[in-house]
Design a binder for this molecule. Structure first.
Ligand code: GDP
Length: 299
């Protein structure tokens, strides 16, 4: 299965590491906990989440007098699956009008690609989709989105580079209503160097959307690059300050050994992971399912 294969490096690093520590497991002593801690940190589970997990593991060991290596592995798997399953990973859908999805994230994380893939998912489901190129900061971003529009055979609303993002959003919302689309997906610029600007721009964009489509945006998705490890958490916190996020899309999980970031995002951000990117192709976006993910990782 593709998910499992794409997680190979993370499996080797994280699960292989846990297995390695467990081969010589006799009793849960300090050395054992420290070794486990090192494994989690090396797979980018992050310091905060690692400490929490180790504390929970300590409790688990205290409460269970007879412990085997299998029990401990089971502890990790169950712990993961339970955490994940408490979140709502479905996309919200508008009643009646078009569903508006705002997509943000810093340059290079895979934002445009994700929009292209998501369009493909929605189209396969028989939905009519419109794209809006509101990242007017980079000419390449507009061009890229147009290419994904062609690939998916959907329209792209765009203005010239450097124009006001809210103006293209306004046009996009008008077009979404008049063309009666089911989904309108808006690309936005992700300039983190000026948090105030980012905040103001996103606020303005949301105001325009709300004025045209009540209750919109129905989803504000943040795209994060899984290969950047703890950096992704920092980006997420910055965007969380700037705007209300409804979900995360975690890209590039294929070929990274830092997949432990999924666990850190899940625990530290309190924003559900809605999709994961596991490749560069159009069909390499998967709805995130916690127990499926835990299975792919551990089994
Ligand atoms: P943007 O600047 O955030 O819009 O980023 P792009 O969508 O242009 O993507 C940047 C690069 O990451 C491109 O080369 C994409 O093909 C690649 N990419 C995006 N998502 C994935 C993914 O899930 N897996 C892999 N391996 N590459 C990805």
């Amino acid at each position: 299965n593709k998910l499992k294969t794409s997680l190979n490096k993370t499996r080797t690093n994280l699960i292989g590491g846990i297995d390695r520590v467990l081969t010589s497991f006799k009793k849960p002593d300090e050395e054992f906990f420290e070794e486990m801690e090192d494994v989690l940190l090396s797979a980018d589970v992050g310091i905060k989440t690692t400490m929490e997990l180790i504390d929970e593991l300590r409790d688990h060991c205290k409460n269970n007098k007879i412990l085997s290596a299998d029990d401990i592995k089971d502890f990790f798997k169950k712990n993961l699956a339970e955490h994940f399953s408490s979140q709502n990973n479905e996309l919200s859908v508008a009643e009646g009008g078009p569903t508006v999805i705002l997509v943000c994230g810093v340059n290079g994380v895979g934002k445009t690609t994700t929009i292209g893939k998501l369009t493909n998912v929605l189209k396969a489901d028989g939905k009519k989709v419109l794209l809006v190129a509101a990242d007017t900061f980079r000419a390449a971003a507009i061009e890229q989105l147009k290419i994904w529009g062609e690939r998916n055979k959907v329209d792209v609303i765009s203005h010239q580079m450097g124009s006001d993002p809210s103006a293209v959003i306004f046009d996009g919302m008008q077009a979404a209503k008049s063309r009666k689309v089911d989904y309108v997906i808006c690309d936005t610029a992700g300039r983190l160097h000026s948090k105030v600007n980012l905040m103001e721009e996103l606020k303005k964009i949301k105001r325009v959307i709300q004025k045209e489509i009540p209750n919109g945006p129905h989803e504000s998705l943040l795209v994060l690059d899984g290969t950047t490890g703890q950096n992704a958490i920092m980006q997420a916190n910055a965007f969380k300050e700037a705007t209300d996020l409804t979900g995360v899309v975690l890209t590039k999980l294929d070929g990274t050994a830092k997949g432990g970031i999924v666990i850190a995002i899940n625990r530290e951000l309190n924003i559900p992971i809605k999709y994961i990117g596991i490749g560069e192709q159009i069909d390499d976006l998967k709805p995130f399912n916690g127990s499926e993910f835990a299975d792919a990782l551990f089994d």
